[in-house]
Design a protein around this ligand. Structure first.
Ligand SMILES: Cc1ncc(COP(=O)(O)O)c(C=O)c1O
Length: 439
């Protein structure tokens, strides 16, 4: 099969020649079509998508409602910038306020194009609102590829090229009990030492001018690592006492992904600001900062984003949220996700390489380790082999984590139990082959 009169080999050759070397591709398939949880490559082969283009395609590929909204808007008005009033942007802001995990009905939005931009903007807003400048990220956290977001990112591999890092960019220990950087075994024994560490960090690393802490409820690029149950409840009083804002990065956990509309809603606290992108646009590029109205109102501007609030992306986002609500995709993510996670946990009891299954809803990750006692991370060769073997079974899965050795499962939220079983079977086969060949 050819697309635009091109074969797969020609596309790959073009990519190698004209794209920057830093653009990594996980395999050599060239995808040309998607529908629901299914993808087709240029050769007509069919695949099950268990990665959703990094947790973006929450409503499934090419949902008819979103396609219709985009097609309709493209014929009417594609762009004007935020300097002119258009209809879809305030409609979307109103909808976000209605579903916001804080200051419901009143929270205010700023629209941009990506998660990076949303986090950069949220940091700027927090600095203006608090008149302070230090910002904490978390070890093992990923916040984007801009100057400040890269500086607070806690994954060395994703800080490449930037240096020196931004003054005022600081880190808290990761909340990853499996690899606790403070040397503890489990939150049940340590009393949330990672969250409480903020008290000592404020005294030792700051000049008492900390504006915000930026936290993901589940670290996605960090390999799907969940904040332990009381993490935010321990953190919040320390923030309140020191007038520090809580920015929750919902770029990956937002829009039903974790089995609730927002990941933070599992933790019983209300953030001051949330950052959104990925699943918000159902596949169209869009980012947003959603803030408590009193925090938002501290920023007099001027503020601007050329493509922020783009009418086509906003219409797509409105359609995507409508689909999530109409088709109960959040509930489906909770149901199929818990089925998937239980099966994976059971699998981990029988496989020497599979450990530490974590996640909520349809955001699930697991450690691939060479030794469960020592928790030795498996190397690149084994991870590549698992992804390649799963691909032979026509299932796309992902990877991530501090050692790039965690498998990530994050399919569209319309995923069925049948598709979950197919994924589990493909993954178990791939895992068994990797375990056997390492003997
Ligand atoms: C939690 C989180 N925040 C921010 C970003 C950056 O988003 P973008 O790639 O849209 O700039 C990502 C990207 O993967 C992410 O996972």
């Amino acid at each position: 099969m050819v697309e635009n009169n091109l074969t797969a080999a020609e596309v790959i050759h073009m990519q190698e020649q004209y794209l920057m070397k830093s653009v990594e591709a996980w395999n050599d398939k060239v995808f040309v079509k998607g529908q629901g949880s299914t993808l087709w490559d240029i050769e007509g082969q069919e695949y099950l998508d268990c990665f959703s283009g990094v947790a973006v395609i929450n409503i499934g590929h090419a949902h008819p409602k979103m396609v219709a909204a985009v097609q309709d808007q493209v014929t009417k008005l594609t762009h004007l910038s935020t300097l002119y009033r258009t209809v879809p942007m305030p409609l979307l802001a109103k909808k976000l306020a209605e579903i916001a995990p804080m200051d419901r009905g009143k929270a205010k939005s700023f629209f941009c194009n990506s998660g990076t931009e949303a986090n950069e903007h949220a940091i700027t807003l927090a600095r203006i609102a608090s008149k302070k400048f230090e910002i904490f990220g978390l070890q093992n956290g990923f916040y984007g590829r801009g100057g400040f977001t890269m500086s607070i990112t806690g994954l060395g591999a994703w800080r490449s090229g930037l240096g020196p890092f931004m003054p005022g960019a600081l880190h808290l220990p990761m909340y990853h009990c499996y690899r606790c950087s403070l040397g503890h075994k489990h939150y049940s024994e340590c009393g949330y030492a990672c969250a409480n560490y903020l008290k000592i960090a404020l005294k030792t690393q700051t000049s008492n001018r900390t504006a915000a802490v930026v936290v993901e409820p589940i670290q996605g690029i960090g390999g799907v690592v969940e904040a332990p149950p009381e993490y935010f409840k321990v953190l919040q009083p320390i923030l309140a006492e020191n007038q520090i804002l809580l920015i929750v990065d919902e770029v990956q956990t937002g829009f039903g992904r974790t089995g609730k509309m927002f990941g933070i809603q599992h933790y019983g606290v209300e953030p001051d600001v949330v950052t959104l992108a990925k699943g918000l646009g159902g596949g169209m590029p869009i980012g947003a900062v959603l803030a408590r109205s009193d925090v938002a109102d501290t920023f007099p501007g001027p503020d601007f984003s050329t493509f922020g609030g783009n009418p086509v992306s906003c219409r797509a986002a409105l359609a995507a949220i409508e689909v999530m609500e109409e088709e109960n995709l959040t509930e489906n993510a909770a149901d199929v996700g818990s089925f998937f996670k239980s099966a994976l946990l059971e699998m981990s009891r029988h496989h020497p390489f599979l450990d530490d299954v974590e996640g909520k809803g349809l955001l699930i990750g697991a450690e691939i380790t060479l030794d469960k006692t020592k928790r030795t991370p498996a190397g690149n060769d084994i991870l590549t082999q698992i992804l390649d073997e799963a691909l032979k079974e026509k299932v796309l899965i992902g990877r991530g984590g501090l050692y790039y050795n965690r498998i990530r499962f994050q399919p569209p939220l319309c995923f069925t139990r049948k598709e979950a079983v197919r994924t589990l079977e493909a993954f178990e086969k791939a895992l068994s082959i990797a375990e056997k060949s390492a003997q």
